[in-house]
Design a protein around this ligand. Structure first.
Ligand code: C2E
Ligand code: CA
Length: 706
């Protein structure tokens, strides 16, 4: 390459300074999308084109226009870029031209400026067009894509809506159905067209309508965004449709409720199965009545409210076991079914439930009872409806029932308490004679509890020595002398104090403890007789001991008595045994033998409370009896000494008859001197009563003997 001439060096230097100034000016116009070195390099080239066109012999605008375009191409499109370029061309480009050409160059500067501006403008317009086109394309593409996606999702949504296996309905916030799918319409037995425009609540089952409406309205008002409930619709043919409904609220862009979308699943089958299972779990398979589980559930529910009253009629068939055992279980079952259907027919009113509790026990629950009279009336109706004989397999079966009634305020009791009391009351009805009702009675229950407590604790009391014996004088009326004493047992109860025999003898008879208690009394009395024999010799009183019927019937009485007498060393003549008429009458077989054996031993037998029982004097003739004790109730009538009274005449007749039978007569319960006088006049042999002495400890008897 030839070395540059001085002139060419000068040209290059001036062109460089223009280029540098130009690059610096452009860089100051704003964001430049390249680094400084590349910008300067590019501008240098453009500057070369401009200086060349300035010096060229003839001016060609195209290359210069290209320079303007190149500036745009370099992304130097800020508004100032063209301005500073035009200004620099005017001020600096000329300096890069040599002196000879200066005049022509000066003329050419505006043409260069115009060509640069033209090129810049053209290129800039192109560039904007291009940019707009890109944007337009991009926008179009985006729209196309969105539309395609929208169409696809719309199609999917449509398919889902129409083909869905669940029913779908869309309503406005007033509940008017805007759109329903085929499944929803089919479920209810309508066509989709029929449902469109329908008010949704008209499809709700009347039973569930108000609740479903409440949910709907709350959602439509925007108070909740969705809900899910298991509810009933009504099909076109009126039948119920069990559904699982999920409703969602769709809001508009401002958040205001716009639509409600409901998904409805037909669960009728599942529901029916559940119902069937629930029915089976709650009903007695034989009679179809509610069973114990359902009854208990209802009872607890009634108590759950915490207010109002309720009643139970707890009933049990009388003698069902006999029917079952004699005619067989099949007949027994049929009888139960017949009874159940009568009860059900009678007690089907609202708030009443008949349940079979098992076996032949039924219960009627009356919720919101008003008075016990209302329930008694119901119990009487029940007894009446069962009184009609039942025809089963050629048999005419008569059944009766016993009913225990409990009626009370819910707040005062608990389910367990009322059940227990109903059971107790049923037993009262049974023990009161069957085929009747009994009402719960607090006092009776308290008495029974006390009785139960006593009877349960009696055996321990006997072994702990809580019993003792008092003695009451028996006096000969002819001379007023004490010849015997009646032994009367008492219980020194640690909690209830001194208990009279009336409180516990009956219980002891029921439980059978009377046998060992009676034996203890006998032993105690014989030991006492021995002491008196030791002290008073021939003046010692005989002891008269009461015997309960059960002692005669069940125990090894004769052997016991003999060994007790032997043990105490008391002669049989010093012992008298008192038995009531009922214990003696009808005595055949073993008890009669017992009486004879006792009498043969030399023991005296007295009939206690004579006159209150059979009073079969003729029969007495055949019994080994020595004395009659005339019941205090007859002696009571002699109290004022009226010789002409009925009681006086009865006692007179009794004494005569007794004497005819060679029986001695003892009057019980003598409380007045008038009675004594009258009795003596009548010829009664001896007497016992408070006038002489109340029953008391042995020491008090001794005062009579010294
Ligand atoms: P009971 O055999 O008729 O005994 C007489 C009862 O009359 C006694 O009552 C006695 O306290 C009471 N009494 C005596 N004098 C009078 C009187 O002037 N006026 C009145 N109002 N009552 C009088 P208690 O001691 O309460 O005995 C009641 C019953 O208990 C006896 O009636 C007897 O049946 C039975 N009992 C007592 N001890 C025994 C016993 O050891 N074994 C058996 N099996 N029963 C007994
Ligand atoms: Ca007695």
């Amino acid at each position: 390459m030839a070395s540059p001439t001085w002139r060419s060096v000068k040209v290059i230097a001036s062109r460089d300074s223009f280029a540098s100034a130009w690059a610096a000016a452009l860089a100051g116009t704003g964001y430049v999308a390249m680094d400084r070195a590349r910008l300067v390099g590019a501008i240098h080239e453009l500057a070369g084109v401009l200086t060349a066109s300035l010096r060229a012999d003839s001016f060609q605008p195209e290359p210069v226009e290209q320079v303007g375009a190149a500036i745009v191409e370099l992304h130097l499109t800020a508004p100032d870029a063209l301005g500073c370029t035009i200004r620099l061309i005017g001020e600096e480009l000329l300096r890069s031209a040599n002196a000879t050409a200066e005049a022509r160059a000066r003329e050419r500067i505006p043409a260069i400026q115009a060509a640069v501006a033209t090129g810049f403008a053209k290129a800039a317009r192109e560039w904007v067009y291009r940019e707009q086109e890109v944007l337009r394309r991009a926008a179009l593409d985006a729209r196309d894509r969105a539309e395609a996606a929208g169409r696809a999702s719309e199609a999917r949504f449509r398919a889902m809506f129409t083909e869905a296996a669940v029913g779908i309905g869309i309503s406005d916030t007033k509940g008017v159905l805007l759109e329903v799918n085929a499944r929803f319409a089919a479920m209810l037995g309508y066509s989709t067209e029929q449902l469109r425009g329908t008010e949704i609540s008209t499809l709700f089952h009347p039973e569930d309508r108000s609740e479903m409406r409440t949910y709907f309205e709350q959602t439509a008002a925007g108070l909740r965004d969705h809900y899910r409930i298991e509810r009933l619709f009504r099909k076109r043919d009126g039948s119920p449709l069990w559904t699982n409904v999920t409703v969602s609220l769709v809001r508009d862009d401002d958040g205001a409720p716009k639509y409600l979308v409901g998904m409805v699943e037909d669960i009728t089958e599942r529901h029916q199965l559940q119902e069937q299972l629930r029915y089976q779990a709650n009903h007695d398979p034989l009679t179809g009545l509610a069973n114990r589980a359902l009854f208990t559930e209802r009872l607890h529910a009634a108590f759950g409210s915490g207010e109002g009253r309720l009643a139970l009629c707890y009933l049990d068939l009388d003698g069902f076991k006999v029917i079952n055992d004699s005619l067989g279980h099949v007949i027994g079952d049929q009888l139960l079914v017949a009874v159940a259907s009568r009860l059900d027919g009678l007690v089907s009113a609202d708030g009443r439930l008949v349940a079979r509790m098992g076996g032949d026990e039924f219960v009627v629950l009356v919720v919101n009872s008003t008075t016990v009279d209302e329930v008694v009336a119901l119990a009487e109706e029940i007894l009446g409806c069962l009184a009609e004989p039942v025809r089963i397999g050629g048999h005419r079966l008569s059944v009766s029932a016993s009913i225990g009634i409990v009626e009370r305020s819910v707040a005062e009791s608990t389910p367990a308490e009322i059940m227990r009391d109903a059971d107790i009351t049923l037993h009262w009805a049974k023990s009161d004679g069957k085929s009747r009702w009994a009402c719960y009675d607090k006092e009776r229950n308290a008495r029974e509890i006390a009785r139960f407590t006593l009877s349960a604790t009696m055996p321990a009391a006997l072994s702990r020595g809580e019993f003792y014996v008092d003695y009451q004088p028996l006096l000969r009326l002819s001379d007023g002398k004490l010849y015997g004493v009646e032994a009367l047992v008492r219980w020194a109860h640690p909690e209830f104090g001194r208990l009279a025999p009336d409180r516990f003898i009956g219980l002891a008879e029921e439980t059978g403890l009377i046998v060992s208690l009676g034996r203890w009394v006998l032993t105690e009395a014989c030991d006492q007789a021995r002491e008196w024999l030791d002290t008073f010799g021939p003046d010692a009183p005989l002891v008269s001991v009461n015997l309960a019927a059960r002692q005669v019937a069940e125990s090894n009485l004769v052997a016991d008595v003999r060994s007790i007498l032997d043990g105490a060393g008391v002669p049989p003549a010093n012992l008298q045994l008192e038995l009531t008429e009922s214990a003696i009458m009808g005595t055949t077989g073993k008890p009669l033998e017992v009486l004879h054996s006792l009498s043969d031993l030399g023991i005296r037998i007295a009939i206690d409370d004579f006159g209150t029982g059979y009073s079969n004097l003729a029969y007495l003739r055949h019994l080994p009896v020595h004395a009659l004790k005339i019941a205090g109730s007859f002696v009571e009538g002699l109290r004022d000494g009226a010789a002409a009274s009925v009681d006086t005449r009865i006692v007179t007749a009794l004494v005569r008859l007794a004497h005819t039978l060679e029986l001695e007569v003892i009057a019980e319960g003598v409380e007045t001197q008038a009675q004594v006088d009258l009795l003596r006049q009548i010829g009664c042999d001896s007497a016992q009563g408070w006038l002489f002495a109340k029953p008391g400890p042995p020491e008090e008897i001794e005062r009579w003997l010294v």
